[in-house]
Design a protein around this ligand. Structure first.
Ligand SMILES: Nc1ncnc2c1ncn2[C@@H]1O[C@H](COP(=O)(O)OP(=O)(O)OP(=O)(O)O)[C@@H](O)[C@H]1O
Ligand SMILES: [Mg+2]
Length: 453
């Protein structure tokens, strides 16, 4: 089915050429036949992959430079700048979209809340949602560019590393509902202070149109600044205090999930998630409130959330075969910040296991706050884990500070640590693997899975 007609591609971008396309891709490894391939220039130059994309069946390729070796009849959409061209597609796609848009930002929990909200909305109408964490200057426009004009809902994620990144993305998305999941010292190395982080997240509300709704975590640091950032828009809050519009009344986790009771827009609901932890319960409350702001009854939202399981790399549970039995892997290799490591350790503590093993890699992008943020985890590790393997220079501080009985292996990086973690695996272990993406903890997950195979 045509998502982009050649003429819409030209109108949106002011470009020349083009052909009807059924999807949009920026990566030949995941390109589907019929896609428009956008040659972005990043760490590598997408123009190098144009011939490959066309050979794989791309409908056409958006380019801003000459691509040597292509025939005169190559299917190209020529623009001045492909990154701007992608943003133009996003803007055009948003403009023609007839459904409701929800945008989510926050220090932690964006992708999880996005998946929860998308699950609720999908029970009521066709729902388009961002892939993975596509939340930056190319991820958000790509998400919008892929949106079918006639879907009922779209849920997008907006992220940031540096000040000033959220507002332009919010203006592109023009959400009906904008949700901030949490405010915490994540990426503080770039932003400098928690206040600056709150202001940056709050700028998502500048993208709201008339009638837009701002959703705020009531108990977050600087919640007042967030409220101010919402300006004249309606503000709804979620939290544990009775005054919030969505209140988490009670939650109880076991190893496999959490049962929660909440009051959302005056309606009491209960539901069970297949993801343990009070943080998951709070994300669910936020997602139900956002759904409520889009007109979905809290009872329907709660029913749709029942059975929700974590997203890959963010708490996914897998059984490993170990010598003489089985072990449990909690794969949190996708990312890490102090609040999310704390939440994951609390989940590790819930596991019925002979040993609760934490395998932690550095949390990155913390700047001067790095050592303190890392050391703040020591009491949690001592309480929730029986054993710590660690890698990276910041985790070295933690490794040296935990009680000696916990100390397993430490190594410079995850490559060096992986074989030691795999060799230490015992039947009955529950193993949590967590670190920033840049710490490459997925290698440890892979080593454990290889050892178990
Ligand atoms: N409310 C929360 N409080 C603490 N930790 C959370 C919360 N929600 C999710 N997490 C944990 O934080 C980690 C990241 O979750 P998620 O991917 O949903 O966040 P994100 O904001 O999308 O991250 P990114 O900035 O990498 O896109 C996971 O380990 C997840 O379990
Ligand atoms: Mg994300």
């Amino acid at each position: 089915m045509t998502l982009w007609s050649a003429s819409d591609l030209r109108t949106a971008t002011g470009g020349v050429g083009g052909a009807d396309a059924s999807g949009v891709s920026i990566d030949t490894r995941t390109l589907a036949p019929g896609d428009l391939f956008v040659a972005l220039v990043g760490e590598s130059d997408g123009h190098r992959y144009v011939a490959d994309a066309l050979a794989r069946g791309a409908a056409c390729a958006m380019v801003h430079a000459e691509v040597p070796g292509l025939g005169d009849d190559a299917r190209l959409l020529r623009v001045a700048d492909t990154l701007k061209g992608l943003a133009d597609l996003g803007r055009f796609a948003r403009g023609r979209f007839g459904g409701k848009v929800a945008a989510i930002t926050g220090s932690v929990g964006k992708t999880t809340a996005k998946a929860m909200l998308a699950r609720i909305l999908a029970a009521h109408g066709t729902t388009h949602a961002a892939v993975a964490s596509y939340n930056n200057h190319w991820g958000l426009p790509l998400t919008l560019a892929r949106m079918a004009p006639d879907a009922a809902y779209a849920v997008v994620e907006i992220g940031m590393n540096h000040a000033g990144e959220v507002a332009p993305l919010a203006h592109l998305a023009r959400p009906h509902v904008a949700l901030i999941t949490s405010i915490a010292p994540v990426h503080i190395g770039y932003l400098g202070s928690l206040e600056a982080i709150a202001d940056e997240k709050g700028s998502i509300f500048s993208g709201l149109g008339p009638g837009g709704v701002a959703i705020i975590p009531a108990e977050a640091p600087h919640a007042r600044r967030l409220r101010a950032a919402a300006g004249g828009h309606q503000v709804l809050t979620f939290g544990s205090g009775a005054e919030a519009d969505a209140v988490l009344l009670a939650s109880g986790s076991d190893a496999g999930g959490v049962r929660l009771r909440a009051r959302v827009l005056g309606v009491e609901i209960e539901t069970d998630l297949a993801a343990p932890g009070a943080h998951m319960a709070m994300n669910a409350v936020a997602a139900m409130l956002a759904a409520g702001a889009l007109g979905i009854a809290p009872r329907d939202a709660a029913a749709a959330l029942c059975g929700f399981a974590p997203v890959r790399g963010r708490g996914e549970r897998r059984v490993l075969r170990a010598r003489g039995g089985e072990a449990l892997l909690l794969d949190e290799s996708y990312n890490a910040s102090a609040p999310s490591v704390r939440a994951a350790l609390a989940v590790l503590a819930l596991q019925k296991a002979t040993r609760r093993v934490a395998v932690l890699g550095d949390m990155l992008e913390l700047g001067e706050a790095g050592p303190e943020e890392h050391l703040s985890l020591v009491p949690d590790i001592a309480r929730d884990a029986d054993r710590l393997h660690a890698c990276g220079r910041l985790m070295r501080l933690v490794y040296d500070a935990v009680p000696e009985r916990l100390r397993g292996a430490w190594a410079e990086d995850s490559d060096a640590l992986a074989p030691q973690v795999a060799a230490d695996l015992r039947a009955g272990d529950a193993v949590l693997v967590k670190g920033s993406l840049g710490s490459r903890m997925a290698r440890i997950v892979a080593a454990l899975e290889e050892a178990a195979a």
